[in-house]
Each structure stands twice: as C-alpha cells, then as structure tokens.
Ligand binder design. Structure first.
Ligand code: ADP
Ligand code: LRH
Length: 490
C-alpha cells in the first residue's frame, strides 16, 4: 500500500494526482482537475482561495469514491503569494494575485531605503516586482487595515494545509521566494523584517520539505467522512517540486520547468550569492534536501495564455494544439519579442502588446494568429538559449542537453524549437512534473525511496521521455543573432 495524493496548483489550473508504487514503478491517476481562475474585484486581482480549498476537498472525495484512502497528502502551488491570519485563527481578506497592480513600483520604492546589494546578500533571491517583500511593502504603504489584525503569515500551500490540519507552519522552499528568508542564516531575515516594520512573530517555524505537518483535523474528517489522513510538507513551491521530478542521471543538469512561467536553471548545493549572480538577476530558491535552484524566471507561456484569452473574448476559440498548428504553418523568423519586457507582465490584450512591440522595434507586425503565435514561441526558444548560456557561465558547468518538464511539453513545436535554438537535445518529460515531485517527496518522507536520486531513477523508469534532437542548425544560429539584435539583448 503506497497510495498518496499530490495536490498541485498552477497559476492556470490545479489537479489532484493519486500516486502508487507498483513493481518499482510510479503509477499515477488524475483524480480531479480544475481551472484556477483569478478574480478581478474592483481594482484588485485576487486568487479564489476558498474555491481552491473546495477543489482540494473535491479531490479527497473523489479518492474516497474510488475506494482509496491515501496514506499521506501534500500540496504545492505557485510561489510568492500569501494570506494573513488574525487572532481568532481566521483568514484576513482574500489573498492577492502576484499580478495585482498594487505591488507595481514597490521594488523601486524599497530600493530608496535598502540597496539591492543588501537585499540580495541577505536572501540570494532575484528581483521580481511581485516578490512577497514588495507585496508586503505595498500593504504597509497603503495602510492595509488587515496588517493591524494580523498575527500569522502563511503562503498559499501553508494556508491550504492550515485549513486542512488546523496547524500553522511555513514551508522552506516557498519561504525562500518571499525575498525575506536568509539561506545562510537559515531563518527569516530579521533585519529585513525589522526594516519593513513586519513583526517577527508573524513568521513561523520553517519546515523542510518532507516533514510531517499534521493530520486532517476533526472538522474536515467529519465533513468529508474520512479518517485522520497524514499531511506532509512537500517542496511546496511548484517549481521546487518540478525540479525534484527532473529525471536526471547525474548531478550536473539543466532544466526548464515550462508552464505559465518558464523557469530555467540548474540545481546547486550552496546558493551562489555573488555580484555576478545579482547583476544577471539570478535567484537561489530553496529546494528539497538542502539544494538550491539557480535559475531565472522567463515570462513563459503566460503570453500565449493571455492571447488565447483575448481571442476567446473576441469570440474566436482556439485550443492550444490549434494555436501550435497555426504557428507551425507560419513563416519562420519574421519578428521577435523580448518575452521578459515588463509590458507582458499584467493581464490584458496581449496580441496588441505583441504587435506594438514589433511595430516599435521596426519589425514586420504579425498580422494573423499563426504569425503571432510563431513570434511568441520562437522568441521563447531563443530566450531559453540566452538564459541557458548565462546559467552555464554562472554555475561554471557545461550542459549537454536540457530537461523540460511541465504542461508546456505538450507543445511539441516549442520543444523542437528549443532544441534547435540551444543546438543541443531536449529531453521532455514528465509533463506533470510538479505533481510527481510532490509525490516523490512524500514517498521519501515515508521511507519508500532512500533519497532524491532513487526517486529520480524511478521517475525516469516510470514516465516516457521524448527526445528532441536539434535540427536546421544554421537557420537557428542566424535567427538567434536576429533575436539578440531586435530585442537589444545582444
Ligand atoms: P501551470 O502549472 O503554470 O498552470 P501547466 O504546467 O499546466 O501550467 O502548463 C500549462 C501550459 O501548457 C498552457 O499554458 C499551454 O501553453 C501548455 N499546454 C498544455 N496542454 C497543451 C497542448 N495540448 N498543446 C500545446 N500546449 C499545451
Ligand atoms: C511558477 C511559479 C514561479 C514563480 C511564480 C510566481 O508556477 O511558482 O516559480 O516565480 O510562479
């Protein structure tokens, strides 16, 4: 009996995946999948946290109806976002979405008081305008009334785990993404908290991934008709879980976790907190077993998701496979964008923003859906090469290929174009990386796997990996030059 459940909440959708071990292999079954639709209310963009909690309970009920009693469950989600708990134990307000506009400009505001060197030295975390530190600074400056009643700070999976168990803990991998955690001192950075005027008492005990984190509390047991199921803190940052699931055979590997965001980097054993890392705006996010993820965020398939949403609003419905097909039929290398231009960060009319970018950079303006999608996907593939080369420089390693995990690997054109752009093979799989990494950490905690390397070997044997060898080398080499020039990255 090895049945356990991973709840994996991405920025675009969530799922409950049942995992079991049979004959030395992992077998997974999708119990439940649900959209994760943010809610704009007035001028605020929120996550629908109670809906997400409802969906987790639906997942548990579906397991029960299938006759499964899991031995353990774990939750992972996107990073940086949080909720505050008041003195009565209740959630204060609805957690904001990291794309909410209230944190815009806050990184710059805080830099007037603390230098980037000070913040990076304390945390090793990349400067992203929506990091928790800037969200909390915004709440302070806007005199958010919930700060007055708050007693505890919980990140999204901490919060959902708390709803299930009644116990409050902060999990390590997610805690590091706040840019408030000091990986050298291995604790919340008291100087930063003090500077921001945030009480230290809000920030609780930090659990390592793989730690026991309680049991379903009696209310939940009664409501769902279930017993006291064990809950584990897994690598609760979805990217941390995704990297656990990279089926690498040796310690030196590069990965691309490809979903709403594209996270490209390598796994290291000590954070690299140097001037060069700061200059290149790399991050050192905490992982399983004391590892760190040296990586950079790339805007990713978010741009395509938003295009699709905009076309849908205009009454044109395209599935992702249809969009990929149209891109494949469009002419190559006609226009590029810099995917990480801040103009692509906020939700909105993405096709117009892509066209405006091309117009402003004196490129042909993509005038149909296929051309526009091709422009986005080729630009992403080239940006992957750019960041892979930076990762090699910074980590002092040479990679002979790139592992891709996440829903983005269903986009076979993107996988092939990434191989073409980097001039090295892409090994794609598994698509449900975060959920599988979540399961793996629970099995390690339960003693089913000796360590992460055994888990990775079993993952490699259990899920198909598609190999994309680079093609059309000369054309993609020239295309990269064109990309660097038009995006001013060169
Ligand atoms: P997240 O966890 O961030 O919500 P996922 O890892 O689920 O994201 O990946 C979602 C993305 O994967 C979508 O935005 C889409 O671009 C891509 N994708 C998913 N399925 C397909 C498909 N069948 N064909 C092409 N792309 C796909
Ligand atoms: C990917 C992710 C990423 C964070 C972002 C907020 O889902 O967790 O690692 O930077 O969401």
């Amino acid at each position: 009996m090895s049945d356990i459940i991973a709840f994996d909440l991405g920025a675009s959708s969530g799922r409950a995946i049942l995992g079991s071990l049979k004959d030395g292999r992992i077998v997974t079954e999708e119990l439940h999948r649900f959209p994760n639709d943010p809610v704009q209310a007035g001028d605020r963009l929120h996550w629908d946290i109670l809906r997400l909690y409802h969906e987790i309970k639906q997942g548990l009920l579906k397991a029960k109806h299938n006759g499964v009693t899991p031995l353990s469950i774990g939750i992972d989600s996107w990073a940086v976002d949080y909720g505050l708990i008041g003195r009565d134990g209740g959630l204060l307000g609805n957690p904001l979405h990291y794309r909410d506009r209230s944190s815009a400009g806050m990184m710059e505001r805080l830099r007037e008081e603390l230098t980037p060197e000070e913040i990076f030295k304390a945390t090793g975390i990349q400067f992203l305008p929506f990091n928790t530190i800037y969200q909390l600074h915004a709440a302070k400056l806007n005199q958010s009334p919930i700060l007055d009643s708050a007693e505890h700070f919980l990140m999204i999976p901490d919060l959902l785990r708390y709803f299930l168990t009644g116990e409050m803990y902060n999990e390590f991998s997610n805690a590091t993404t706040t840019q408030l955690y000091n990986p050298v001192k291995q604790q919340w950075d008291e100087d930063l908290l003090q500077h921001l005027g945030l009480p230290k008492s809000w920030f609780g005990e930090v659990l390592q991934p793989g730690s026991p984190a309680g049991y379903l509390q009696p209310f939940v047991q009664e409501e769902l008709g279930l017993g006291a199921i064990a809950v584990h803190a897994v690598a609760e940052h979805d990217t941390a879980s995704a990297v656990v699931a990279v089926p690498a055979l040796n310690r030196s590997f590069a990965y691309l976790s490809c979903g709403t965001w594209s996270l490209l980097g390598t796994e290291i054993s000590e954070p690299i907190i140097t001037e060069e890392a700061q200059q290149l705006n790399f991050t050192n996010e905490g992982g399983f077993g004391g590892t760190y993820r040296l990586l950079k965020n790339i805007m990713g398939l978010w741009i395509l998701q938003e295009c699709r949403r905009e076309w849908e609003r205009a009454g044109q419905n395209y599935s992702f496979p249809e969009l990929v097909k149209l891109a494949g039929e469009a002419p190559a290398f006609t226009a590029f964008i810099e995917p990480d231009d801040p103009v692509f960060m906020a939700p909105g009319d993405m096709p117009s923003r892509v066209r405006d970018y091309c117009r402003k950079t004196n490129q042909p303006v993509p005038d149909n859906v296929g051309a526009l999608v091709r422009c986005i996907l080729e630009s992403l593939a080239f940006k992957y090469r750019y960041v892979l080369e930076m990762t090699e420089r910074l980590s002092g390693q040479q990679f002979n290929g790139l592992h891709m995990v996440g829903g983005g690997i269903h986009n076979t054109l993107l996988c092939q174009w990434t191989a073409n752009a980097i001039g090295k093979p892409v090994w794609a799989g598994p698509a449900e990386g975060s959920a599988i990494g979540n399961l793996a950490v629970q099995w390690i905690a339960r003693g089913e796997f000796a360590d992460i390397w055994e888990a990775r070997r079993v993952i490699r044997d259990s899920f198909p990996i598609t190999i994309y060898d680079p093609e059309q080398g000369d054309a993609w080499y020239d295309g990269y030059g064109q990309f660097l020039e038009t995006t001013a990255l060169g």
